[in-house]
Design a protein around this ligand. Structure first.
Ligand SMILES: Nc1ncnc2c1ncn2[C@@H]1O[C@H](COP(=O)(O)OP(=O)(O)OP(=O)(O)O)[C@@H](O)[C@H]1O
Length: 268
């Protein structure tokens, strides 16, 4: 990570840090691999389709997948005359990612929380975002020191939590809910991803990862269930190719993401 100019302490006023974004929404999950980045990318595109100016900040320092999902992974980082990083653009949204600033290699990135947070603050302040209605932040999975520090230091308006139905995932999301509640970040709701699978040949439904996990979670914490997304080859294949399902997917895929976008807009 280059160009980190200022370390920040917790005494800074977080709300000064993203003056150009009216709302800053964190997409978070207690557990890795549940489809958090996929939701962040599709939600961002859906919000842009509804007429908002949207940016996506990929803060997933452990596995930055937003550049691939939004089809900007081969772009080079550029600076403008004011020495601000210029975000990549696709599907009508502005995109910045730790993945665009680090050399591609097999070496794992090791981040101390203070460095990770400094890097993200730089992404908020030193990126030419322009005027944004919503900045969607794809958070790293989990509830460790890095995640907590980021959630405390970023100017979050709310959080959307992503889970899969099984207890091993919902247990971890419970921890994430408590983490956000402890630091007074409003939880906009929970999205259950990979909820079920409909066999294309028979139309039969399979609850591969169990059922009812997110409903139970939402009842326990009195938070809204924003939607249940099936496991589909449409989402999997398009995502791998940087073709956002919300924009280019089958009608059923667009419908389910569209309904989540609507609920997030209302909750914002
Ligand atoms: N509903 C779905 N149907 C089919 N495949 C999906 C679905 N949601 C996500 N995927 C696929 O699952 C994989 C993991 O998704 P994703 O990278 O969004 O997870 P994540 O929670 O952000 O992971 P990480 O912990 O690395 O941040 C990707 O290959 C993605 O295309």
């Amino acid at each position: 990570m280059n160009k980190i100019k200022r370390p920040y302490g917790s005494t800074q006023t977080p709300n000064n840090r993203a003056p150009s974004a009216k709302k800053v929404i964190a997409i978070s999950s207690g557990k890795g691999g549940v489809g958090k980045s996929t939701l962040a990318a599709n939600l961002a595109v859906g919000l842009a389709q509804s007429g908002l100016h949207v940016g996506v900040l990929d803060a997933d320092i452990y596995g930055p997948s937003i550049p691939r999902l939004l089809g900007v992974e081969t772009e080079k980082l550029r600076w403008n005359a004011d020495n601000q990083m210029i975000p990549s653009e696709n599907f009508g949204i502005k995109v910045m990612s730790v993945g665009l600033t680090t050399p591609k290699s097999d070496t794992p990135l090791v981040w101390r929380s203070s460095v990770a947070v400094s890097a993200l603050i730089q992404f908020l302040e030193d990126v030419a975002w322009g005027e944004l209605d919503v900045l969607v932040i794809d958070m790293p999975p989990g509830t460790g020191d890095v995640q907590l520090t980021m959630a405390q230091e970023l100017p979050l308006s709310g959080a959307v939590l992503v889970t899969t139905p099984q207890m091993l995932a919902t247990d971890d999301v419970s921890r994430a809910i408590v983490m956000f509640q402890d630091i007074h970040v409003p939880i906009l709701g929970v999205v259950e991803n990979m909820s079920y699978f409909i066999a294309p040949d028979t139309g039969k439904r399979y609850d591969i990862f169990g059922s009812g996990g997110a409903v139970k979670l939402c009842n326990t914490y009195q938070i809204p269930l924003l939607g249940q997304i099936p496991l589909t080859s449409d989402i999997l294949n398009l995502s791998d190719q940087g073709k956002i399902p919300m924009a280019l997917g089958e009608a059923a895929t667009k419908e389910i993401y569209g309904s989540i976008v609507k609920k997030v807009r209302e909750a914002m």
